[in-house]
Ligand binder design. Sequence first.
Ligand code: CUA
Length: 309
Amino acid sequence: MYKSLTNYSDKVDDAFLFILSVIVFFFVAISITIVVFLVKYRAREGRVAKQIEGNNMLEVIWTVIPLILVLVMFYFGWRGWKPMFSKAPKDAMVINTTSRMWNFGFEYENGKRTDTLYIPANKAIKLDLESIDVIHSIYIPAFRLKQDMVPGDNKSVWFIANEPGRHDLFCTEYCGLRHSYMYTAVVVMPEDEFNEWYVDTTKREIQAAPGVHPGLAIMQANACNTCHSLDGSRLVGPSYKGLWGKEEVVVTNGKKRTIVVDEEYIRRSIWEPNADIVDGYNKGLMQSYKDQITAAEMDSIIVFLKGLN
Ligand code: CUA
């Protein structure tokens, strides 16, 4: 019925199947009993209802059986939960996993960064989880992996993926307007293929698809487009359309002022997004991209935004 894709996922499935079996058993048993009793004890001429007051034997049975059942459920649940949160093996590959409104970022030990989680099969992987704004939750259903990412409370999970494949990875904690955009994938590769991908630093820079401006590719890789549109429509943040050279009213330290959108303004808006807030938008929704967007990438973004006019 299920394939075990990680070192512990079959244990999670055991818990699920046990609980499901208990539910199905009692649903069927209770439904049948209801029907039988409806017929057997229906009102009939001359029959008087008998009042029963207390039955110790019955009470012991319906206390002890559920107690045993929930303890077994706990046992199966514990068995599935424990491996993920136990101490990771020393040779585990550590991947820094960051969540923010609204995307995931993965950073490897050699500095490689991606928005999709690439991992080798049959190797212990440790995800160091950090949220830089609000509560998110990382969820890989195929791996039975789920963990809340609470700002200021960094946790780790570890696992071994058993075989190559591609699976959904998404945020499963409602984290604001564009929560549904926190949707990416985990790609499990054979170890040699992964090693080739891993050491290939030429692919370190974001590769633009044919016909896509490199600046736009960088913004897409950082999920800027989930909050800023290209066509002038209002999303969480201002649109890029006609932005360059525009006069904009911004709120700086609580005071309104008018600025002209230039290079300095763009840099500030990406690296210190809460310094100037365009009038009518909310503060605090965007955090700094200082660690995500390099100076060279910034230049490329500026060229792209200039070209939009
Ligand atoms: Cu992040 Cu929902």
